[in-house]
Design a binder for this molecule. Structure first.
Ligand SMILES: Nc1ncnc2c1ncn2[C@@H]1O[C@H](COP(=O)(O)OP(=O)(O)O)[C@@H](O)[C@H]1O
Ligand SMILES: [Mg+2]
Length: 248
């Protein structure tokens, strides 16, 4: 057993929207360095779970602890400090289309840059070493001054990842980062995501079990907001998947 504090600790966590339970009674511990895939059909609660982990949504019951901080009770300043340690690639990517790739990448640093520096970076877009190396790692050095809207789906996904990279996060969350990509691009993106975090704690939601098996150590199966299984990938039986994606 590891004695280091867990990166994520959920106890009896629930999230309700109106009278609908999107997440119900979830217990979960994730330690530093784990590579976790979250599988589940549409509506299973994957996005809700990731949003609870980065503090953009609050639990309506139970306790969400990230890096030892209870996200439901810490003051806003400490919540912001905790959130800076988490890099999130959202399902919609949230890129600004009409600006250069460099601006989208530097947006990952706005939380730590002063206002003056942020404005300066907008007025005089010169890539510094951090931005240059992030774009290099995602294979987009050539695109630094391109307008973001001109890039392909796979390239845009890489910009969103570079934006997380400049943040130097200790945990990376990615919500269905490969659902719209071809198999070769999907494999590249998942390889990239698993090497991003400083201690590479990575939690990625997916639809494809075969990708979970190939790129992750541990698989969580969500069904209707409940944890159906939590297994090392090697132990995931095919039957578990049938249940996960069963209709009704
Ligand atoms: N802001 C919201 N308001 C109301 N219902 C929501 C909201 N967000 C999610 N839900 C509902 O919660 C359930 C889980 O959603 P979600 O976490 O997005 O699932 P997934 O990402 O696995 O497709 C869905 O039934 C969805 O309609
Ligand atoms: Mg979702």
């Amino acid at each position: 057993m590891s004695t280091a504090p867990p990166v994520v600790l959920l106890r009896g966590v629930g999230r309700r929207f109106g009278d609908y339970d999107a997440i119900t009674d979830l217990d979960l511990r994730i330690d530093a360095g784990e590579q976790v895939a979250v599988l589940g059909a549409s509506g299973a609660g994957k996005s809700t779970l990731l949003a609870l982990l980065n503090g953009s949504l609050r639990a309506t019951s139970g306790v969400v602890e990230v890096f030892g901080a209870n996200l439901g009770s810490i003051p806003p300043s400490r919540l912001a400090a905790t959130q800076r340690r988490i890099g999130t690639v959202s399902q919609r990517l949230d890129l600004v289309e009409q600006v250069r790739v460099l601006h989208n990448v530097n947006a990952g640093r706005l939380g730590v840059w002063s206002t003056a520096r942020s404005l300066g970076a907008l007025a005089w877009p010169r890539p510094d070493r951090v931005a240059t190396s992030a774009l290099e790692r995602v294979g987009l050095s050539w695109a630094v001054h391109q307008q973001t809207s001109r890039l392909s789906g796979g390239e845009r996904q890489r910009v969103a990842i570079a934006r997380v990279l400049v943040q130097d996060p200790e945990m990376v969350l990615a919500d269905e980062p490969v659902s719209s990509l071809d198999p070769a691009n999907a494999a590249d993106i998942l390889d990239l995501l698993s090497t991003l975090g400083r201690d590479a704690t990575t939690i990625v939601s997916l639809h494809q079990p075969e990708l979970a098996k190939r790129h992750f150590d541990r698989v969580l199966g969500l069904r209707k907001g409940r944890l159906l299984f939590d297994l090392p990938v090697a132990e995931m039986p095919d039957r578990a998947l049938d249940e996960l994606y069963a209709l009704g």
